[in-house]
Ligand binder design. Structure first.
Ligand code: ADP
Length: 284
């Protein structure tokens, strides 16, 4: 039975809730593929990967939306050199920031008085905000929506999965250290519980390509992500090395995927090709 809101408590159905559900259905029906980027903990490169994934999909000619729901530490505005940018609002709608022809971006960071402001959000407020970001932002027709979730499997990740529904695919980011790999087990269990398919695992900061001799050096033992993927029957999408280009480009609001001679960029583009093949059913 449909839950009723206060103002509809005297009628037999809640028009507001039904209208909202219809609105969400309409918004989601215009988005072909939904990818939710998850990680067990912070600092593993989740936001960098979300931003570069969205940008490269857009460069491949796809219509893309990038939604940053990391209410406690939105980093998409910084990563895309959009600090201080404000989205325009219309009547009951918010216009995303456009980046080139094919990419639309929305982040809580665009709405805070200062991009680095700390905000204390309670659970229901977070759910409301995420719903608004999906429903009231003028996304239009999209081939891909990439959602950058905060680390962990808390309120935001649950809300995103609930709102996007069972077709949303999770992309799990880890680093080779065991602790991070343990966190991935939690992310996998989370997807099993929400019954969302897992697009795959990316092992980031895995090995280091020396910028002088171009040889690869193992800093932490690598392969944990791949082993775990095998063990849990989840796709392993690839390993991105520690690459100084990534931290340099992200500090100045550039994107490593657009750097011609970065080892990480080449590998990352191959990973994005796999993502497209999987999402568009070209491979199993
Ligand atoms: P998260 O979203 O998981 O907290 P970020 O994407 O903000 O992580 O990345 C954390 C830091 O690590 C950033 O400074 C980023 O530039 C850097 N970084 C991410 N991946 C790599 C990599 N493969 N090589 C070098 N630096 C990286």
């Amino acid at each position: 039975m449909t839950e009723r809101c206060e103002s509809c408590s005297k009628s037999s159905v809640c028009q507001h809730k039904e209208d909202k559900e219809k609105k969400m259905e309409k918004v989601l029906s215009l988005i072909k593929h939904k990818i939710v980027v998850l990680s067990g903990k912070g600092g593993v490169g989740k936001s960098s990967i979300s931003a570069n994934l969205a940008v490269w999909l857009a460069e491949l000619g796809k219509k893309v939306g990038l939604l940053d729901v990391d209410v406690h530490g939105p980093s998409i505005p910084r990563l895309l050199n959009l600090l201080g940018v404000r989205p325009e609002s219309g009547e009951k709608c918010l216009h995303p920031i456009t980046w080139g022809e094919n990419l639309k971006i929305m982040s809580i960071g665009f709405l805070l008085p200062r991009g680095d402001e700390a905000v204390i959000w309670r659970g229901p407020a977070k759910m409301g905000l995420i719903r608004q970001f999906l429903e009231d932002v003028v996304w239009g027709e999209l081939d891909y929506l990439v959602v950058d979730c905060p680390p962990g499997t808390g309120d935001e990740a649950i809300s995103v999965m609930q709102l996007l529904g069972k077709e949303a695919h999770a992309l799990i980011i880890t680093t080779p250290q065991q602790l991070s790999v343990d966190d991935v087990r939690r992310s996998i269990r989370f997807c099993e519980k929400t019954q969302n398919p897992i697009l795959g695992i990316i092992e980031n900061m895995s090995g280091f390509v020396c910028p002088y001799c171009k040889k690869e050096v193992e800093i932490f033992p690598t392969g944990g992500g791949e082993e775990l993927a095998k063990e849990r029957n989840v796709r392993f999408l690839g390993r991105i090395p520690l690459d100084p280009t990534i931290s340099k480009t992200s500090d100045r609001g550039d994107l490593f995927v657009l750097e011609e001679d970065s080892p990480a960029s080449k590998i990352f583009k191959e990973i994005v090709n796999k993502v497209v093949d999987i999402m568009e059913n070209k491979v199993n």
